[in-house]
Write a protein that binds this ligand. Sequence first.
Ligand SMILES: *Cc1c(COP(=O)(O)O)cnc(C)c1O
Length: 354
Amino acid sequence: MAIHYPVSQPWLEGRELEYVTRTVGDGWLSSQGPFVKRFEQAFADYNGIAHGVACSSGTTALTLALRALGIGPGDEVIVPEFTMIASAWAVTYTGATPVFVDCGDDLDIDVSKIEAKITPRTKVIMPVHIYGRRCDMDAIMKLAYEYNLRVVEDSAEAHGVRPVGDIACFSLFGNKIITSGEGGICLTRDPHLAGQLAHLRGMAFDSGHTFLHKKLGYNFRMTSMQAAVALAQTEQLDEILALRRDIEKRYDEGLAGISGITLMPARDVLWMYDLRAERRDELRAFLAAAGIETRLFFKPMSRQPGYLDPGWPALNASTFSEDGLYLPTYTGLTEADQTFITGKVREFYQGIQE
Ligand SMILES: *Cc1c(COP(=O)(O)O)cnc(C)c1O
């Protein structure tokens, strides 16, 4: 059956088309066009942070953040087991080593397990705000202070969660809370780090724009067309977050009391509505037959071929990835859509009991 309810779709109800049309009309398509700076400023202002450096994706934002902090071969970075693989890859791209820490019951990194993984090589902690749940940043910042570590927040799933780390990295991929199709942005309070981020993003040209390059840079720039969409999205972020809060509340209510599913702790901002389900794969097939797309939870990093821990340690993250899924979660999801979706979930478990 065709998908009527995708897990995600963008919300383009603001000035997206107007700004893109202006970009094309003005002939300023590249990163040098006016919208990149406007988006950087608007997103930084929204978060109350001084500096924004836009780039080509969430993955490149994380890579730039680590490079700007001087991370490289020989260094270790604390990364959660339960995350999207880009968090770990960004570390690997720099030549450093990701060191994985299991998740707690809210899927975020279990802060009580970080300290045991800190070594003299550890330089950075990378908390990831999974599905929009803010990590325990007070405890993480305290640890970072005690051990003199830097903090890079992977905020790819948490637009609207205010950053407190050295650098916070957001994704603007098509399925995120706000999007520019592909894109990303780093936020920092530190003007020196902001300079480094921009320098590395734009091929590390020497300040006089002579063709002298003292560092290994990247072309991780965002185009003005993407920034035009990103700016229009940022202008609607409050509204988008409010609509998504309503979606979360309606799912909570619609799914309450269904035996067979376990609801997850509340989110600080809603990226994806996650839950745990008995007979998950059968539920998924049942929902798919009704045109409802779902997606599985992440698989733990140390179960990935590139990071395989041959000791196969028992992990909370594995338990969650065996029965977790998320339901369609997009800003335009209506009450009627959700009534249909939660009704189908209920129908599945009632059918099993009979
Ligand atoms: C989406 C995502 C990324 C990667 O962002 P891209 O823009 O797709 O490169 C990184 N980390 C997390 C947690 C994500 O969800």
